[in-house]
Each structure stands twice: as structure tokens, then as C-alpha cells.
Design a protein around this ligand. Sequence first.
Ligand SMILES: CCCCC/C=C/C(=O)SCCNC(=O)CCNC(=O)[C@H](O)C(C)(C)COP(=O)(O)OP(=O)(O)OC[C@H]1O[C@@H](n2cnc3c(N)ncnc32)[C@H](O)[C@@H]1OP(=O)(O)O
Length: 391
Amino acid sequence: MAAVTWRVVRRWCPSLPQVFRFPVAQVHLGRPKMRASQQDFENAVNQVKLLKKDPGNQVKLQLYALYKQATDGPCNVSKPGVFDLVNKAKWEAWNALGSLPKETARQNYVDLVSSLSPSSEASNQGKSGADVKVQESKDIVVTSEDGITKIMFNRPPKKNAITFQMYQDIILALKNASTDNSAITVFTGAGDYYCSGNDLTNFTSASGGMEKAAEGGAVLLREFVNSFIDFPKPLVAVVNGPAVGISVTLLGLFDAVYASDKATFHTPFSHLGQSPEACSSYTFPKIMGSAKATEMLLFGKKLTAREACAQGLVTEVFPDSTFKKEIWTRLKAYAKLPPNSMRISKQLIRKNEKEKLHAVNAEECSTLKERWLSEECINAIMSFLSRKSKL
Ligand SMILES: CCCCC/C=C/C(=O)SCCNC(=O)CCNC(=O)[C@H](O)C(C)(C)COP(=O)(O)OP(=O)(O)OC[C@H]1O[C@@H](n2cnc3c(N)ncnc32)[C@H](O)[C@@H]1OP(=O)(O)O
């Protein structure tokens, strides 16, 4: 969906980037402002085509937005639909520039391109990844410290339910984490919940009707789960509280799952008129045997952390009072192990399963697309939204 390579992008348009929002207000342009001429601007546009190193999605979005502002003025087109990820991100970047004058945008574009010159590219490479907030996103917070990239669900008022935007943010976070200088990647939740699963308003609030939403949802889900199947480094879940739906099923694709004794694991798909996702129709029977997987995936039995551990879904359970301290101490030690060795070992473990996992993911997504349009599912979601039912 968003797999546009930098080479293709450069050919497509001098300043076109890929996806995802970025905080335009945080654009730092190092040099004092001088008036850039039209010629300076055109030179900068040409210079972008010659860049050897992909400057990353955020910079590409900045370049796109500034280019459009400098040439067309303030954003004057309507916002693309929720599933048109690339164009929506571009629109948001351009629109965020508001009424910035064309001349200023032109100057900022020239300054930004000049900051991407080979010398500044080289000077950026030596930066350590310590304690850095690596991705700006309201509901998904990504930080990197002590060799660990932490991806945190950060929507406590909604029990960390996952919106369409959050799925996209996580795809990007995993993409970045797969090549950053951390050794392991960890998911956890802010507040009392780990995550309450898919945001049940995702489909009801999407524009363009249920069919289009289901179609787009299936595409997004497939890409989202693929990014877990293919993630190359050790992937660890720190389950700080209750986990529901897709946040549970995904655990079958993690390399280790550590849980507080306050955590619970619940996959109420039948209650919701839905079917399993994230390859759990394959991983759960493999992990816990088909009888126990049936209880969870068909009958929606909620497991305590200790039960989930006994069934092999959870690696180890900790008392909640010491959970955070113990687990982060342990993970910091693991993150000091030789990263290449860990990556290669993971690859050996995952290699023989990958093809199967991708096939299962594809089938689960197309099954779910049908389920989302079923009366059983629509009634269940409406019932939750009208507060008639809760899990
Ligand atoms: C496109 C990819 C699709 C992938 C397919 C994925 C499928 C799944 O993940 S299925 C599982 C979906 N999740 C649920 O069905 C959970 C629904 N939530 C609940 O049953 C409960 O909220 C609870 C048990 C999680 C928590 O109950 P409680 O402690 O009583 O707290 P509240 O119900 O008052 O929740 C606070 C606040 O949060 C909102 N909320 C919680 N979960 C969700 C959710 N999954 N989707 C949307 N909103 C959620 C809840 O509505 C409350 O909001 P306010 O009323 O505005 O305060």
C-alpha cells in the first residue's frame, strides 16, 4: 500500500514523499533566513533528485509540503479518504503549512535541501540512538533507549483501542525499528490496559460506507500483520494489563511475552460476529493445542496471565508490584547481547514458517472482510456502541 521506493518517488516527482504525518511545527532549519531566488529553488529541486541517501519519510513529507506551498500556495484540494494513506499523509503535511507565504516556503525548501547535503548526511550517521523519541504520533509513542526500541499504545482513555491511524503508525514504527540501531523491540501499553483491541468505531466512522471500509480494513490489516511476520529482530510484549482482540492474537507472532499478574487475555470474536486474525487460527492451536485454542478463539474464554502462561502464550508472569522494574532490568540485559546473532537466530526460527504465515494472514483477512459486512458483526458493534453490551 505504502511501498513506494525512494527511487520511484524521485522519478515520479522532484519532491514527492511516501506516507505518514509529521509535526510540521518542528521543522528546524539551521541557517539564518536569506531570500531564495526562483533559480535557487529550481536548483534545490534538482539537488533532491541527486540525493544518494533516502532522507526518510518525515523529511520527504516536509519537502513535498514545502514544494506544493512554494508553487501552488496554501492547500486548496479536498482531503483524501481514510484509506488513501499516501495522499492523505501528503495532504496533511501540505495543509499543516496553513497560509505560509510562497516565498517563505521556497526559502524553507532551499534550506531543507541544503541541510540534506552529503556533509550533513554524514554528520547525522554518528548520532547515538540513546533516549530519543523517534516517532511523533499522539497515540503510539516510540522511543529508543539502551538498545531497546519501545512502541507504546498511548490512548488510556479508550483503553488503548487501536484506530486506523494507529495501525498505520505501528507499521511505520516497525519499519523504522527493523533498521535502527536497537537490538530488540518491545510493545507495551500506557495506563491500566495493554490494549482493548480494534477500535470498534473504526468501521462506523469511516467515510464511504461499510463495504469500502471493510475492503480498506482488510488491506490495512494484512499489511499490519505482515509487518509483524517479517519483523527481523527479537520482538517482545510487555503486557501491563488486560489485552483484548488483535492485541492478544498478535502475541503468537512475538518472540517473548512477559505479563503482569493483572493482565488478562481475551479474544471475543464470536461475541463480535468476527473471526480470528493475526495468524492466530494457525499460531494458537500450534502453541496451546487445538482444544485450548478453540476455547479462546471460538468460545471467547478469557485467560488469566497464569493460565496464558501455562498454555504457552505467555513466557513468564510477574507480580504487578515489581513487574516494570524486573522486566526492564531483564530486557536491558538482553539488549546487550550481540544483535546480529539474535537476528540470525530469529531468522532461523521463523524461516520455515514465513510462507505459511503469509498465506494464513491473507486468508484470515479475506474472511474478516466478509464477516465485517455480516449482520452478526454489525449488530454486535452497534450493541457495544449503544452501550448495550460490554465484554
Ligand atoms: C482493521 C483491523 C481490524 C482488526 C480486527 C481486530 C479485532 C479485534 O480486536 S476484536 C476486539 C475488539 N475489542 C472489544 O470488543 C473491546 C470493547 N471494549 C470493552 O468491552 C470494554 O470497553 C472493556 C472491557 C475493554 C473495558 O471496560 P471498562 O473498564 O468498563 O471501560 P469502558 O468500557 O468504560 O471503556 C473506557 C472507554 O474506552 C472505550 N473503549 C474501550 N475499548 C474500546 C474499543 N475496542 N473500541 C472503541 N472504544 C473502546 C469505551 O467505549 C469507553 O469510551 P467512553 O465511553 O467514551 O469513555
